[in-house]
Design a protein around this ligand. Structure first.
Ligand SMILES: CCCCCCCCCCCCC/C=C/C(=O)SCCNC(=O)CCNC(=O)[C@H](O)C(C)(C)COP(=O)(O)OP(=O)(O)OC[C@H]1O[C@@H](n2cnc3c(N)ncnc32)[C@H](O)[C@@H]1OP(=O)(O)O
Length: 242
């Protein structure tokens, strides 16, 4: 009897040790990840400012930062993994929609269609993303280090109120500007007849994606408003599981 109790205690201790090691590892990884992402977006911000100060125009700005942007935005896919393995308390779906829509904007719109890279709307969403990400990743970093300045917390849970709609406007205007080029070039489209007997029209796919902002964006926005009430006003929010 005594020995089984002892076994139980030993097992519990081992489990607790494993959990502690796992959470220490997760914290170390997240701290590294968030510092790297803050630095990446800071580099982007500085490159954009330097370009604009030197050239006095936004034309050519996208091309000058394209590589860095593609790298750091694509790297954010890891965040979906963080949610999936449970090291951050965030919904896989919410994070997945957010990250995939950004990657889609970078790779399948802005990077693929040269003719739209100098649109003002591209600069709009780039500036909005950059401010958002510097704030968001520095918030996570300082939070993990238990030294969170109030102004960063305030910025994380207030700036999105204006930045989120602005980002969406920038993205939608950019997709809209891409439509004529996509239609003319037939890019990423598969026409009939072909040996697989399938067709795909990227032009209509883009229109569907634009329409999908109508149901999806409010969900992301209201999610952030709930997070804001929880973090800034201490409200207890019960969220449905994925
Ligand atoms: C294939 C094509 C698909 C196309 C689909 C099209 C449809 C698109 C629809 C809409 C698209 C919108 C486009 C908008 C783009 C823009 O970004 S515009 C710029 C403004 N943007 C924002 O303000 C972004 C706001 N969104 C986000 O912050 C996130 O993406 C989020 C997923 C919505 C954030 O939610 P969540 O993580 O739940 O909130 P938090 O409060 O930040 O975190 C919750 C807890 O998790 C911890 N945590 C999360 N990540 C980390 C991390 N990296 N490191 C450490 N900790 C992390 C966080 O600390 C919280 O923990 P607790 O405080 O303990 O709860």
């Amino acid at each position: 009897m005594a020995s089984s109790e002892e076994d139980g205690t030993v097992e519990e201790k081992e489990n607790n040790n494993k959990k502690r090691t796992k959470s220490a590892l997760a914290t170390a990884w997240l701290t590294f990840y968030n510092i790297a992402m803050t630095a990446g977006w800071l580099v982007l911000a500085m490159a954009m400012m330097r370009f604009y100060i030197q050239k006095g125009t936004h034309k050519g700005l996208y091309r000058s930062i394209a590589r860095t942007l593609k790298f750091f935005q694509t790297f954010a896919l890891i965040e979906v993994g963080h949610c999936a393995i449970g090291i951050v308390r965030t919904s896989v779906i919410v994070t997945g929609v957010q990250v995939c829509s950004r990657i889609f904007m970078v790779w399948f719109i802005t990077n693929s269609i040269r003719q739209i890279q100098n649109e003002e709307s591209v600069i709009l969403f780039l500036v909005v993303w950059t401010v958002t990400e510097i704030t968001r990743y520095s918030y996570y970093t300082f939070n993990l280090l238990h030294h969170l300045p109030y102004f960063i917390k305030w910025a994380r849970y207030n700036l999105f109120i204006v930045l989120y709609p602005l980002g969406v406007v920038g993205e939608l205007l950019t997709i809209y500007a891409a439509l004529p080029f996509v239609r003319r070039s037939g890019m990423y489209s598969v026409r009939l007849p072909n040996k697989y007997n399938v067709s795909f029209d990227y032009y209509y796919c883009l229109i569907i994606i634009m329409l999908s902002y109508i149901p999806l964006f409010p969900q992301l926005y209201f999610h952030m408003l709930r997070q804001r009430r929880r973090v800034l006003h201490g409200e207890v929010i019960v969220e449905k599981d994925d």
